[in-house]
Design a protein around this ligand. Structure first.
Ligand code: GAR
Length: 210
């Protein structure tokens, strides 16, 4: 999968990490298009600065989720995308869309799945008292934050952490993990079999994350 379509809704710091990775020599993928469902998403700037085509597909302009997802699919195909990466994309996709991109769509979530799916992840992690949190890159399935896990990185929850402090620590791990996981999938070193991820022999461990 050489050509990636990245879906964003906001800040785009994971997109920025992917853009940077794609600029390093020997990275096996390039970003063909960045699509935001929110006009004015700050992340669009990262793509524009890097000369990557961007598109806004505002979900508010569509009568149904099905229509919105169809527009998304059309735009991804028109750009030649072979792999879709959700990077802070905060819309639930229809089962039809998920099926079209099955095993060719990744998401990053700021917890060690299957713990703490959904929103307010860090608040809930702190409230639960876990001492380790982290992030997960997984293939997308129709259920929110579900699907075969490609990679995870762990970070400590420290005494005195609030959601913001924990989010910042997890985010640093996300920026390492997502480019690393996309490299695995794009290069064919990780793929789905029987709804679990399998790896080529001698797959390296991510740098800078445990
Ligand atoms: C990231 O922490 C990402 O893991 C999370 O939103 C943030 C987006 O930040 N995604 C989810 O919660 C998806 N369920 P970014 O726009 O700076 O990449």
């Amino acid at each position: 999968y050489r050509k990636i379509g990245v879906l964003i809704s906001g800040r785009g710091s994971n997109l920025a990490a992917l853009i940077e990775a794609c600029q390093t020599p020997d990275y096996p993928a390039e970003i063909a298009v960045v699509i935001s469902n929110r006009p004015g998403a700050p992340g669009l700037q990262f793509a524009e600065s890097a000369g990557i085509p961007t598109q806004v597909i505002d979900h508010k302009h569509f009568a149904s989720r099905t229509d919105f997802d169809r527009a998304l699919d059309d735009a991804l195909r028109a750009a030649g995308a072979e792999l879709v990466c959700n990077a802070g994309f905060m819309r639930l996709l229809t089962p039809e869309f998920v099926q079209l991109w099955r095993d060719r769509q990744l998401n990053i979530h700021p917890s060690l799945l299957p713990a703490f799916r959904g929103l307010d992840t860090h608040e809930r992690a702190i409230a639960s008292g876990v001492r380790i949190s982290g992030c997960t890159v997984h293939f997308v399935r129709a259920e929110m934050d579900e699907g075969p896990i490609v990679a995870q990185a762990a970070v400590p929850v420290l005494p005195g952490d609030d959601a913001e402090a924990l989010a910042a620590r997890v985010l640093r791990a996300e920026h390492q993990l997502y480019p690393w996981a996309v490299r695995l999938v794009a290069s064919g070193a990780a793929w789905v079999e029987d709804d679990r991820v399998v790896y080529a022999p001698d797959v390296p461990q991510p740098e800078g994350v445990t």
